[in-house]
Ligand binder design. Structure first.
Ligand code: HEM
Length: 311
């Protein structure tokens, strides 16, 4: 775009506390609110003490809205930055859900696992839809700010990597890429070295009486997941009763749906990248679409896909 654009000022940076910790906000009760509504005569509160208010402080909104810094004169850069940040937040939300989904499965609490899975699907769909906005960035618009990325690339998203690892796509190189970041690496390494959700589902199959080989129940969790015949057989057994009352069958289908939506995300990214970059190399040092193609072919929970031919 060649027109002159303006970035409207929203927050004056000098007033923002940049501490990455929660700000003090006093909890209130129903009784407190009943009193307030009498005080305000039913109108919303519009006068506050100090230099902030509880809405701003509860979610550190002024800080959040001060973190968008376009470097170029390219119009599309603001959109690129905000959509990128929105995705990071959504991936964080998704990881919180996946982490707790795994704990529910570990506790044999499938009822709550299903509730969490429903939310996971909705968040994932939202993430896929962010590409609707990002794909409005065209090649010329992207070229206007691309140089300013240096070697920055989504491939270095540690939040995305957490998601890949907890779902079972372990990759040592991608974990090691963060080893120089002491406030990020320990948590990522822990996730990398721990069982994935799928590993816990396989252990659940075993606890429910399905025969699973010992090497699938205890192994070096940093190793890339390999399809196993005993897991395939266990799922085939589960799928011989495709009844909504069959909790493990419903769990298998729920996971397949998550893997399906995730594949849609990867595909959207891949096609958008080809549309924006063509066959140019990526900023992260890869060959670009050629390298991303491998990711498009990856499927989480592989036995849940491989058994379909035999059903
Ligand atoms: C809209 C413009 C975008 C373009 C042109 C683009 C391009 C690319 C390219 C070429 C790669 C391969 C690695 C490399 O950089 O050499 C890549 C990887 C990646 N990108 Fe993007 N990307 C875009 C936006 C995003 C956004 C907004 C996100 C999410 C925050 C994202 C997440 C990722 C991830 C997670 C990978 C690694 C994929 C994997 O490990 O399987 N990308 N991107």
């Amino acid at each position: 775009m060649s027109f002159k654009f303006v970035i409207p000022e929203i927050v004056s940076p000098c007033g923002v506390s940049d501490a990455a910790k929660p700000r003090r906000v006093e909890p209130l009760t129903d009784a407190d609110r009943d009193l307030k509504v009498v005080e305000t005569n039913g109108e919303p509160i519009t006068t506050f003490q100090g230099t902030s208010n509880p809405y701003i402080d509860y979610e550190s909104i002024d800080l959040l809205l001060s973190l968008q810094h376009p470097r170029s004169n390219g119009y599309d850069e603001m959109c690129f930055i905000i959509m990128g940040q929105a995705k990071e937040l959504l991936f964080k939300s998704l990881y919180f859900e996946f982490y707790n989904l795994q704990l529910r499965i570990r506790d044999d609490d499938t009822a709550n696992a299903f509730v969490i899975m429903e939310r996971c699907k909705k968040i994932l769909k939202l993430i896929v839809n962010v590409w609707e906005v990002l794909s409005t960035i065209k090649t010329h618009g992207f070229n206007q700010f691309r140089d300013y990325l240096n070697v920055a690339s989504g491939q270095l998203s540690f939040m995305y990597r957490h998601i890949e690892f907890i779902l079972g796509n372990k990759n040592k190189k991608m974990c090691d890429a963060h080893r120089n970041v002491p406030h990020v690496y320990p948590a990522l390494l822990k996730n990398f070295s721990s069982p994935s959700i799928y590993d816990d589902v396989i252990r659940l199959l075993h606890r429910k009486g399905y025969e699973v080989a010992p090497e699938c129940l205890e192994r070096d969790w940093t190793e890339k997941y390999k399809i196993h015949l005993s897991v395939e057989r266990a799922w085939l057994d589960v799928y011989s009763d495709p009844d909504p009352e069959n909790v493990l069958y419903m769990l298998g289908e729920g996971l397949t749906e998550i893997a399906d939506i995730f594949s849609q995300y990867r595909h959207r990214h891949f096609v958008s990248v080809e549309r924006i970059l063509g066959f140019k190399p990526g900023t992260g040092g890869s060959a670009g679409v050629g390298w991303l193609k491998k990711a498009v072919d990856h499927r989480f929970f592989p036995e849940l896909w491989s058994i379909r031919t035999s059903l």
